[in-house]
Design a binder for this molecule. Structure first.
Ligand code: DX5
Ligand code: ZN
Length: 223
């Protein structure tokens, strides 16, 4: 099942609630929420209070991407704020297995993410334990960067691993998704498509409808 996961990192925070409503009305089911701590990545985004506020007004699936060092410290907090899934970085934790266990024990879906330089091999032993793998296709930390072509192979490698072992794991891609790269990542095997600047630059409603149509068309061609 393909899903567009708009990243609110690129939203206009002065109109965040309104923009989330626009996404919901256009048929978006997943909302990608990028939390940055200024340590694992250079920048700082937002945290619990923002998520708690938007949770009150939205029925969407809250897909929380933690770009945070030692994420196991915050699992309970993000679940309380309304996360439906929590994705941690393999590089950010001394014990990713434990972090994943904590996420699942808290009753939400668990994801593991890898930066562009981290090989799939580093997390292949975790595939049985997670609901999704997030392949970063730019360096985590900022929206609006260019897709890194080398990452396509990693998506393919993961797709093969997951299919060969008949695992129920979704593949999410994040970074630099636009008209030129959408088809590439979907063909490589990704089914959860994060898009930030591509969706939020200009006319949000028009952009979302446009990319949803494209995802639908490409998915039909892939069937
Ligand atoms: C980057 C974030 C992304 C970001 C994607 O660290 O994880 O979710 O918002 O932005 P675009 O789609 O603009 O590359
Ligand atoms: Zn993200």
């Amino acid at each position: 099942m393909y899903q567009l996961c708009p990243s609110i990192l690129s939203a206009d925070f002065n109109r965040l609630g309104e923009q989330i409503k626009t996404l919901e009305k256009a048929g978006v089911k997943w909302l990608h929420i990028d939390v940055m701590d200024g340590d694992f990545v250079p920048s700082i985004s937002f945290g619990m209070p923002v998520i708690r506020s938007i949770r009150r007004e939205s029925e969407m699936f809250f897909d929380v991407h933690l770009m945070v060092t030692a994420p196991e410290r915050y699992i309970q907090d993000f679940v309380k704020c309304g996360a439906d899934s929590i994705t941690i970085h393999a590089e950010a934790s001394d014990d990713p297995e434990l972090a994943i266990e904590l996420i699942k024990d808290a009753g939400v879906k668990a994801g593991i993410s890898i930066k562009p330089a981290t090989p799939v091999n580093d997390i292949s032993h975790l595939l049985e334990d997670v609901d999704l793998v997030l392949v970063m296709t730019v360096q985590p930390g900022f929206g609006g960067q260019k897709y890194l072509d080398d990452c396509t192979e990693k998506i393919q490698e993961l797709r093969e691993l997951i299919d060969n072992e008949n695992l129920n794991v979704e593949i999410q891609v994040d970074g630099g998704i636009n008209d030129d790269t959408l088809e590439t990542v979907m063909k490589a095997g990704a089914n959860l498509i994060v898009a930030g600047s591509y969706v939020f630059s200009g006319d949000l409603e028009h952009n979302v409808k446009n990319i949803l149509r494209k995802i639908d068309k490409i998915s039909q061609e892939l069937d």
